[in-house]
Design a protein around this ligand. Sequence first.
Ligand SMILES: [Zn+2]
Length: 453
Amino acid sequence: MPQDAYYSPEIETMERSDLDALIDERVRYTVQYAADHSPFYRNWFRENRIDPAKIRVHEDLLNLPVISGKTIRQHQPPVTTEFEFLSTDWNEVFSIQETSGTSGTPKGFFLTWDDWKRYAEKYDRSFVSQGFSDKDRIVVCASYGMNVGANTMTIAAQRIGMGIIPIGKCTFESRILKNYKPTAIVGSVFKLLRLARRLSAEGIKPSDTSINKLVTGGEAFADESRAYLSHVWEVPVYNTYGSTEGTMCGECTRITGLHVPEDLVHLDVYDPQMQSFVKDGDCGRGVLTTLLPVGGKCGMLLINYDTEDTTVVLSRERCGCGRTHMRIVNPQREAETIWLFENPFNRVDIESAVFQHQNMEYLTGEYEAYVCVGDKPGKTVLRVNLECFDPDHCDRHLVEDQFVTRFLKYKSMIAEHYHDQTFTIEFNFTAPRGLDFYTQKGRPKRLVDRRGN
Ligand SMILES: [Zn+2]
């Protein structure tokens, strides 16, 4: 194993006590900066009777209210005349971005060039921790739109000296791989799987291409689907978790959780009532706070912003890679969690069950699931549609058994109802492109609650 490389070694390997002191210093500066420059926060502190000078350490953030995407929407046009989160002069704004909001008006985001550099720094650390260097040439499949992801990666690549192929989608022609010989691709798990299937159909083995690692991001996924993707391409797959709001966390080559760049973004994990922090190791709601270096300026910052994702702090101990920044579990969308018989389950739980190793001889991995009311009162049905390479040559019993065993594994209440048959699982095996979501626009809806209450 070669010596681990770092993009910013002093910061990334800083002792915990020094790192905590740096975080606290930046919390104080950022809170004061918000009070001085952001109309929203100026009012917020006043309305909540909070003296910004009293926020001294990161634990003090618990005394401040939590805001959400809705809060941002309520403080920007058309609701208000100005963008109240804007925290600099318009002439300092280098770019205006929007979040690819799933509901309502997109949220406006304002970035100065310094903001871009800090965003890129997060991806630089992540890329270097995944073994990227100036020898790499990377195909970016993330879209170059109003969100920051693909552009941030591109700026980050320049700073590392990497080559970039900014295609912006995973549906590119195979000549891109053949002719330019990139070493890596950034894309979502499902898009990279589809790309592999397309290559195979053209007679190209994904593992015979020049690709030596994959970087995924954009959505939560199951360990099983990552393992399958890694198996298909025969390369390591590293995860990233990023958002226009400024979380950009990446897995290092140890794959032991996502490192949070703690000096640039502070992440707290809250209990479901959003009243207190949960212990490390417990699952809760991720709440982020932008951290500015002392003297820094920014176009827009967020304090106590509810990401609406759930996660777990795995460790604040030094990682095998030498980094001290804390590691978290791949966050899951709260909106993709359904409660059933007092057990929560997420889309990712369905995905784990689909991607069981033996299933993948028959399944493409594409799926969709619906929770429905059963034919008798008190009954609930999970309808699972699975795409097969060939429905006529699929060991359905095996797939069903594998699915059910994995799905019920950590859900004792759901399992109890399954055994007394008040909860049933129905399977439907389709041919390629036979799933419902292919006929719908936008991001596939893979788990839908149709109980309608
Ligand atoms: Zn690490």
